[in-house]
Design a protein around this ligand. Structure first.
Ligand SMILES: C[S@@+](CC[C@H](N)C(=O)[O-])C[C@H]1O[C@@H](n2cnc3c(N)ncnc32)[C@H](O)[C@@H]1O
Length: 426
């Protein structure tokens, strides 16, 4: 059984104070999620401890090796060609986690596509200081290893030295980028599922919202108060929540939805998309994440919503335990991204699954190459591990079932007509 001692006590106290100071002594679920994930000192993503990957709570595609980043790099290369080789071509990576994708993309392009690499500008937009530090450490450590005098420097490290010497990766806030200044691609992998969501619930046919309140209990043994967060239901905190369902074309609530049906609304995703679209002058917005179109997201049978919590590679749906130590996510409504995109000048180019996207970009050839004797033959174990990683990236029941949405802005008619390799049937 979970004990409140498994929570970050300082974070709980901070949230309790925020609730005490709020009107009606309650905060929305979105405000709660924002605090537990992104409080600048105590939030889950503010911690120095590695929380993504093997020793963490969950892993993402780049943790399976460099193939994911390298295949994305192939897609960026084609975008650069379609746009007529602009210099610079800017990649804006949003929510870069540990920086693995950036490292893999830059290393691969430096080795294999020098022309494009020279034209490339790489900008990382990362919300938390701790994650920014991790990303900067990753790139810098590879450089310093490569710089070490008389050291036996691996070719990988040399590539990173080149990355550092020829290419400055820049970190900034999205708001700091000038509107209509980016020619290139704004992309994210598992960013949108990490944005704070509102939770709504159907009560007597009406749409209501879930709020968080605090209950202080006496702890008999220590005499201290124990903080417990409790849900309360109330009127919507903003009319945007009801308007959202008009945007995505879902009649909600209606008689089709059972009493107590609860789900999430990601208003932060709409704000993010609007801001990101405004930065683009000409190019692409590429969003990879898990989720569904609205018709599936908000089907009546999905009566508990999609909120998931990740703690040490186990998942469950209780956001009020392991507070500050577990990740909280909600699936992404891709219809909302498409509709909102259209409102801010983005054209939908394609919507597919990660498995198909990566296969079309050459993952199949990589699988086949693992079985071919190359210059440096691999051990049986390396071959099997390599295959397993590639299979995981395309497994439709796992990462391969993630969705890939590509939107464009400002393309000329001929450019717009050109589909991308990752979106083609193979
Ligand atoms: C689930 S992790 C994904 C990490 C990485 N993209 C990967 O594939 O491993 C989400 C990342 O998005 C960052 N993030 C969350 N909200 C953000 C925002 N509004 N702007 C920029 N980064 C954000 C988090 O700090 C974290 O680094």
């Amino acid at each position: 059984m979970h004990d409140t001692q498994d929570n970050d006590p300082v974070l709980c106290q901070l949230i309790a104070s925020r609730i005490a100071a709020a009107p009606q002594q309650r905060i929305t679920f979105a405000q709660y999620m924002d605090l537990v994930l992104y409080h600048p000192q105590h939030g889950y993503y503010a911690r120095d401890k590695v929380n993504i990957g093997g020793p963490g709570d969950f892993f993402t595609s780049p943790h399976l090796g460099s193939d994911f980043g390298e295949l994305l790099a192939e897609q960026f290369l084609e975008m650069w060609e379609i746009l007529g080789h602009p210099h610079p071509f800017t990649i804006v990576e949003m929510g870069a986690g540990q920086g693995l994708i950036a490292a893999d993309i830059l290393r691969y392009l430096d080795r294999h596509h020098q022309d494009f690499f020279r034209a490339l500008e790489y900008v990382v937009v990362e919300k938390t200081k701790a994650m920014r530090a991790t990303q900067q450490r990753l790139l810098a450590s590879q450089k310093s290893k490569a710089d070490a005098p008389n050291s036996e420097v691996s070719s990988e490290c040399q590539a990173h030295q080149a990355v550092k010497s020829q290419k400055q990766v820049r970190w900034c806030a999205l708001e700091e980028i000038q509107d209509r200044s980016i020619v290139g691609c704004v992309f994210s992998n598992e960013l949108v599922d990490a944005l704070p969501v509102h939770q709504v619930v159907v009560v007597e046919g009406q749409l209501q919202e879930i709020y968080i309140t605090v209950k202080e209990l006496d702890r008999l043994e220590s005499g201290q108060k124990e903080i417990k967060f409790v849900e309360a239901i109330g009127e919507l905190s903003t009319p945007q929540l009801a308007q959202y369902f008009n945007l995505v074309g879902i009649a909600f609530p209606s008689d089709n939805y059972p009493v107590g049906y609860r789900t999430e609304v990601n208003l932060a995703a709409l704000d993010w998309l609007t801001t990101a679209a405004a930065k683009l002058q000409r190019g692409y917005l590429l969003t990879i994440d898990y989720g569904y179109p609205a018709s599936s997201y908000y089907r009546p049978a999905r009566s508990e919503g999609t909120l998931q919590c990740y703690y040490q590679h186990r998942h469950h749906n209780n956001p009020y335990i392991y507070i500050g130590y577990q990740d909280l996510t909600a699936h992404v409504d891709f219809t909302a991204l498409e509709r909102q995109g259209e409102l801010c000048g983005l054209q939908p180019l394609g919507f597919t699954q990660q498995g198909l996207f990566l296969m079309a970009l050459g993952l199949g050839e990589r699988l086949a190459a693992l079985s071919q004797p190359g210059d440096a033959p691999l051990s049986l174990q390396q071959v099997l591990q390599g295959r397993e990683a590639l299979h995981q990236l395309i497994n439709p029941m796992g990462l391969g079932g993630f969705r890939v949405l590509v939107q464009t802005k400002g393309l000329q008619e001929t450019e717009e007509k050109r589909s991308l390799k990752g979106l083609r049937q193979f």
